[in-house]
Design a protein around this ligand. Structure first.
Ligand code: THU
Length: 143
């Protein structure tokens, strides 16, 4: 599948699942779809809570579903998020950090909406100089 085909496929899933978002406080529904190494698609939507800080973002819900199904951390090939409306939005910093750890090196991240514009990032473009699992290696291991 070409990058364009992956994007179109995941976009359809992300747009559908945005319809399931539970976002009564922000009224900002988000849908996300990720492509596992096996070619399977996993979806997520944002799930808010009256205790606001417990809100879960769509991207992290989708990534967690992929991991729960047995995908290896570091193997997720692509993630597309969708927000309704004509403006394209960036994924939040927390989700970028989680993508950095769970997605394949060089993986595709894209954000789309109902308008023409789509933002696309490859690999670590979405989070340059990210905090990485390497940082947690013991000093003796690092030497
Ligand atoms: N949200 C996401 O689902 N993903 C993001 O990358 C940014 C924000 C959700 C969280 C909250 O439910 C709503 O959008 C407004 O912040």
């Amino acid at each position: 599948m070409s990058e364009q085909q992956v994007l179109e496929k995941l976009r359809g899933h992300a747009a559908r699942v945005a319809g399931h978002a539970y976002a009564p406080y922000s009224r900002f529904p988000v849908g996300a779809a990720v492509l596992g190494a096996s070619g399977r698609v996993y979806t997520g939507c944002n799930v808010e809570n009256a205790s606001f800080s417990l809100t879960q973002c769509a991207e992290r819900v989708a990534l967690a579903a992929a991991i729960a199904d047995g995908n290896e951390p570091g193997s997720i090939a692509a993630l597309v998020l969708y927000t309704p409306g004509l403006r394209v939005h960036s994924p939040c910093g927390a989700c970028r950090q989680v993508m950095h750890e769970l997605m394949a090196p060089g993986g595709l991240v894209a954000s789309c909406c109902d308008g023409e514009s789509t933002r696309i990032w490859h690999g670590s473009e979405h989070l340059p100089e990210a905090f990485s699992p390497d940082a947690l290696r013991r000093v003796t291991e690092a030497d």
